[in-house]
Design a protein. Structure first.
Length: 438
């Protein structure tokens, strides 16, 4: 079966429509080839990226059984609309797929019909109501997703307007109704974000938000924190962690909660960073490129008495972009082995070699404060890894060393054995990576 390359149709409606539907614009797009087979709800779906740099293709295909056989993207896979690696989510039953075309600001909704048979039914252009193309997207529930961006601009005053005062921080957020693929009136493009106390005048600011979760009538966004030093004109290392909190669904009362117990970013990259435990508490990953932790948010505040130290339990410097929660205090965290000899993982936008420390995978136990460094292949690069699933008591993850074939790995969630079970063989070539199981 040949790869299907789909050109993104324009999602801009006519001027009259754009005025009438100021909040959003979307277009139906079934390409005239609607599958006759029903939607499939039980398969695993694998995402694959070709190219580690700024230009890459993203492909998707479904598989019924990940425990055996061989999975290849040679002449297979549905080509997602992507100017860079697409950000993919599926509905809980797997019958629907949502995919962000990052840097363009459009989100496709597709139905899944088995194998690499997908049908794009609508494209929503979030860049129109939010006024920015480089938005990020998270499916928070089967009913609603968040499309979000944030910008920070230095504000000067005093004599000759040269005295640094603070950063003006402005968030743009829309709540996407996943059924109709529209914001309706649930968006705000100019949310004023004010840091508590004197933090802003001290140089602190937020330069990225992502991985939101809904808790009661509040939205919690992970953030990337920076600190500007006016005397040097450069950024200093930060010593705090922030989370952006807004009322849900009104997007009112933007506030920032902070802690000095840990320091680093909570927004991740493409992997989820925040999960709920069985008590409804938010368990949040914090990473600063060396010290890696999980902290707890209860009733809108950081629990200053709780810290799970991933790097401490591993006994090494470590960094991560997110983790997966399997329930009952058990999670799985891909982590970068900071300090280890770097490996070439691809090429940059200029075609020059790019490098990273290799990655590992840890089973974390938040209840017993223990960790197991799992036995996985050497030479992994999981920076772009987006999602993994737990099904029938097993955690599934696709692991391929850079430029070589690999396997689906299956770990018994209730076992502390560092060895997983090898599943299907998965193939990849140079500068190609598996980026998720859905």
């Amino acid at each position: 079966m040949k790869i299907k390359f789909r050109n993104l149709k324009s999602t801009l409606l006519s001027g009259a429509c754009a005025i009438a539907l100021l909040s959003s614009c979307s277009s139906n797009d079934n390409n005239g080839d609607t599958p006759t087979s029903p939607e499939v709800k039980t398969d695993f779906q694998l995402a694959f990226a070709s190219g580690s740099g700024s230009i890459s293709g993203t492909y998707l295909q479904g598989v019924t059984d990940l425990s055996q056989g061989e999975i290849s993207y040679s002449k297979k896979g549905y080509s997602m609309t992507s100017s860079r690696t697409a950000r993919v989510f599926t509905s809980s039953d797997g019958s629907l797929v949502y995919s962000l075309n990052y840097t363009i600001g459009t989100i496709d909704k597709l139905t899944y019909h088995g194998g690499d048979n997908y049908n794009k039914i609508v494209t929503f252009d979030a860049s129109i109501p939010l006024g920015v193309k480089a938005v990020r997207f998270t499916k928070m529930t089967d009913k609603v997703g968040s499309v979000h961006s944030i910008a920070s601009v230095k504000v000067f005053g005093g004599a000759n307007n040269t005295e640094f005062l603070k950063h003006k921080i402005t968030a743009s957020i829309g709540l996407l109704d996943l059924e109709v693929m529209n914001f309706g009136s649930n968006f705000k493009k100019d949310i004023d974000v004010v840091l508590p106390g004197t933090l802003a005048s001290e140089g602190y600011y937020i330069d990225r938000i992502d991985c939101p979760v809904i808790s009661g009538n509040k939205l919690y966004y992970g953030t990337s924190v920076s600190k500007f030093n006016a005397s040097t004109g450069a950024n200093d290392a930060t010593d705090k962690t922030f989370t952006l909190v807004l009322d849900y669904p009104s997007l009112a009362n933007a506030t920032v909660i902070s802690t000095s117990q840990v320091k680093g970013a909570t927004n991740g990259y493409r992997t989820p960073t925040q999960h709920f435990n069985e008590a409804g508490e938010i368990m949040q990953m914090v990473s600063n490129g060396k010290d890696l932790n999980i902290v707890k948010i209860i009733n809108g505040k950081y629990d200053e008495t709780y810290k799970y130290s991933v790097s401490g339990l591993l006994g090494r410097d470590a960094s991560s972009n997110g983790w997966f929660y399997a329930g009952n205090g058990i999670g799985y965290m891909p982590y970068e082995k900071k300090g280890d000899t770097k490996i070439q993982i691809g090429v940059d936008k200029n075609g020059d070699p790019s490098y990273s420390a290799p990655w590992g995978l840890a089973r974390i136990d938040l209840k017993n404060n223990t960790i197991v460094d799992l036995n996985v292949p050497a030479g992994l690069w999981l920076t772009q890894y987006q999602f993994s699933v737990v099904k029938n008591g097993k955690f599934y993850i696709a692991l391929t060393p850079v430029g070589t074939p690999g396997n689906i790995y299956m770990f018994d969630v209730n076992s502390t054995d560092a060895n997983g079970t090898l599943g299907a063989r998965i193939t990849a070539g140079a500068d190609q990576y598996y980026i998720g199981i859905f």
